[in-house]
Design a protein around this ligand. Structure first.
Ligand code: ZN
Length: 297
């Protein structure tokens, strides 16, 4: 094989690689909920920009392994967004921060999440309860909060509000947040905007605040949580969107692609029925996510 031919192959490989991984993509690390038996990691997502994992949204159980499998590097992260502080959205966060001890990271890492109520601490207090050098559950990790580690984890508590607010703008990425109704638990939905594209993450919510349709307006992708089936009632329906609510919101927001995640034993196997409910309202593209599914914007 001559040099010219080898060069051609190399250029082809680079172009193919950039087709696959260049630009903006969103990857589902965990497509499940809190149950054992769904064979899925719990809620977690990456927004990739030009091959770099820039934004992490939620980090539930199993996400640390999926983060590795996806080839993501903690050094590339610009920020972490937590939709709420339930275990299936946060459990692997200590594992992620610990793993960063072994890599080169010098930049501070902001961590955003909701405010407190009688059931939940604020995101700032949550981070302290995990890592505070005096009283944290893992107090030996205190240097990540107090600035003596190679970088600092900086928690930000986002106040509850039905008004959409810009909470982050740096290095070409902006993030907007709004409160969503997840039973009695403080919860946020986020919209990540980058390179003229946008992805909206519903988090867990039931739609009662009517805020997600505004936040997601015109998004390229809406990742909505499909935790309950058609006709769900009671506690399940006060926590999560039924499929017809998802369909209504996706239509009102006019999203280009609807991705269903946070799939649970009660919705797995009912995709046909779920899709039929959603299709009553939303006619655009629809996908059911699995762990490591990746979507181009
Ligand atoms: Zn959840």
């Amino acid at each position: 094989m001559n040099v010219k031919h080898t060069r051609k192959i190399l250029i082809g490989m680079i172009l193919f690689g950039s087709m696959l991984f260049g630009g903006v993509t969103v990857q589902v690390l965990g497509s499940g909920g809190p149950e054992s038996g769904d064979k899925r990691a719990s809620s977690a997502y990456i927004v990739w920009v030009d091959g770099k994992a820039r934004v992490l949204v939620d980090f539930g159980g199993g996400a640390a392994l999926r983060f590795e499998e996806a080839g993501a590097r903690i050094g590339d992260l610009d920020l972490i967004l937590l939709t709420h502080l339930h275990i299936d959205h946060t459990a692997d966060l200590p594992a992620l921060i610990k793993s960063s001890f072994f890599v080169r990271r010098r930049r501070d890492l902001p961590l955003y999440g909701p405010s407190q109520n009688h059931l939940m601490p604020s995101t700032a207090v949550f981070a302290k309860r995990l890592f505070d050098s005096q009283q944290g559950a893992w107090q030996y990790m205190g240097d990540f909060l107090d600035g003596s580690a190679s970088y600092r984890l900086i928690p930000h508590t986002v106040p509850a509000s039905h008004k959409i607010r810009r909470i982050y703008a740096n290095r070409g990425i902006t993030v907007d947040a709004v409160s969503v109704h997840h039973g009695p638990i403080p919860a946020l939905a986020y919209r990540v905007n980058v390179e003229g594209k946008s992805i909206t993450f519903s988090g867990d919510m039931n739609g009662a605040y009517h805020t997600l349709e505004r936040l997601a307006k015109g998004s390229d992708i809406l990742i909505a949580h499909n935790a309950v089936p058609k006709g769900a009632q009671g506690v399940a329906a006060s926590l999560h969107m039924t499929p017809d609510t998802i369909g209504r919101i996706a239509r009102q927001a006019g999203v280009k692609l609807l991705v269903l995640s946070h799939r649970m034993l009660r919705t797995l196997g009912r995709e046909h029925e779920t899709q039929k409910e959603i299709r009553k309202y939303y006619k655009g593209k629809l996908k059911f996510a699995n762990d490591l599914s990746r979507y181009r914007l």
